[in-house]
Design a protein around this ligand. Structure first.
Ligand code: SAJ
Length: 437
């Protein structure tokens, strides 16, 4: 049997039975694109409640409306299961499981390993497997390949293995899974060819590269680029603060340069599950090759210092109003890691709340997207969101940490005694009670 020919035929006829392991903000939109393209798709997830919810045609992923999911479930084009034995019936498998960092900043590969162990139990010749989870260069060929290759199962002939970085930006109104260019690299040329052919059936633009390592490195370059430039602009903000220069005005003017410059903005720190995490996959791996990723370490340090810098700003602003931070009421506006979303993972707001309470301040918060904050290792007690208007008029100091568009900034300025603005949300508003980053 020539598995490459057979798989190519099935993919082109859209008869290949597609599997997606990991039905989160990456896996579910991908599953929908292939179901929409006419493939029969099986979603596999270890979370029973997610599987049950999806099979009812109900979506928990903001980029996949129920109106897109339900018809696929009803028509049988998509079904979800927790049972990995479905792999026996599949021709292709995309793996989109979490790749968090441990507290020691070492990559946690446990999700990828356990998914591959389950797949390996039902593995059969003719399968095309594609890892999408962000990871260090070498994961696919060093960690995954040995779990599947056997004397009688040769990669590039009996099965095919690729890496394709996920580039999903949840909630992005312009760029969604279908129209974000899709990079894909295989262990062999045959793997790359089939991976590219596969994605081209459902996505608008496919970018084949020569290997899985190139594809793994592409994603890390993209997000390390972002993290380091945010670190740079945060350091520029610290310099401008010391030299009493308005950094926001500097960036706005620099951004008029029509080439060779890309604006980034200072802020209270670096949040999210991509930018603060991905670069440390790279620095962990390069350390093993004897190369120090000094830019990543330095940017990580500077970004990590921003919450402390913000709390110092609040303390100094209160001091200028003859109020000690200790015992003062500080109200935090916005706790999500960036504007207009509800995700608080790695949010600098959590660091700021923690530091303020450590220095004896009484802290409250408002966030229209985050009704409550759970107690966790970081926040010793749960917190309920307060009404912004009322809280601002009662607080000794208000700090804008996440500049959600839905905040009524005019009312905030009117009601607050003192405001520390870490996002230039009050741009153009001149008042002695506003202190800017
Ligand atoms: N941030 C700054 N200054 C900036 C930009 C961001 O302080 O100039 C902060 C944000 O407030 C946030 C953190 O950095 O706390 C990360 O922000 P982000 O805009 O990079 O958003 P993310 O983490 O959602 O990044 C995702 C990434 N997408 C993928 O990895 C597939 C990233 O590559 C995208 O560029 C980014 O979305 C995006 O552009 O929205």
């Amino acid at each position: 049997m020539n598995y490459q020919t057979e798989l190519r035929r099935k993919i082109e006829a859209r008869q290949a039975r597609v599997g997606v392991v990991g039905l989160g903000y990456v896996g579910l939109p991908l599953a929908m694109e292939f179901a929409h393209a006419g493939f029969c798709v099986t979603g596999i997830d270890i979370d029973e409640s997610k599987v049950e919810t999806l099979n009812r045609g109900v979506s928990y992923v903001q980029d996949v409306p129920a109106a897109a999911l339900a018809p696929m479930v009803q028509s049988g084009k998509f079904r979800a299961t927790t049972d990995f034995s479905a792999v026996k019936t599949l021709d292709t498998i995309n793996i989109a499981v979490p790749t968090p960092l441990r507290k020691t900043k070492d990559p946690d590969m446990s999700y990828i390993v356990s998914a591959c162990q389950e797949i390996a139990k039902h593995f059969h010749p003719g399968l095309l497997m594609i890892l999408e989870s962000t990871t260090y260069p070498g994961t696919t060929d060093e960690l995954m390949l040995p779990m599947f290759e056997k004397p009688e199962l040769k990669v590039g002939e009996d099965f095919f293995l690729c890496f394709s970085p996920e580039r999903v930006d949840p909630g992005n109104p312009k760029f969604q899974t279908k129209n974000i260019p899709k990079v894909v690299g295989g262990i062999t040329a045959a793997c790359t060819e089939l991976g590219a052919l596969f994605y081209s059936q459902a996505l608008e633009h496919v970018v084949p590269v020569s290997s899985t390592r190139v594809a793994e490195m592409v994603k890390l370059l993209e997000n390390t680029f972002r993290m380091i430039n945010i670190g740079l602009v945060n350091e520029i903000a610290l310099m401008c603060d010391r030299m009493d220069i308005n950094v926001w005005e500097v960036i706005e003017a620099a951004a008029t340069k029509p080439f060779g410059f890309m604006p980034f903005y200072p802020g209270p720190g670096l949040g999210g599950h991509c930018i603060p995490i991905d670069p440390f996959y790279l620095s962990w791996k390069t350390k093993q090759s004897g190369i120090e990723a000094r830019f990543i370490e330095l940017a990580g340090y500077i970004n990590g210092q921003m919450p402390h810098f913000v709390v110092d700003k609040i303390q100094n602003a209160l001091n200028d109003h003859c109020k000690p931070l200790k015992g003062s009421h500080v109200h935090v506006l916005g706790v999500a890691y960036k504007r207009d979303i509800d995700d608080v993972r790695e949010s600098p707001a959590l660091d700021i709340i923690h530091l303020l309470e450590k220095r004896g301040a009484k802290v409250s918060y408002s966030d229209p997207f985050v009704p409550r904050l759970r107690a966790d290792g970081f926040l010793p007690h749960a917190m309920e969101a307060l009404d912004a208007g009322q809280a601002c008029s009662q607080a000794d100091c208000v700090v804008i940490v996440t500049d959600h568009k839905s905040f009524d900034y005019a009312s905030i300025v009117e009601r607050s005694r003192l405001i520390v603005d870490t996002r230039n949300a009050l741009k153009g508003c001149v008042s002695p009670k506003i202190v800017r980053l």
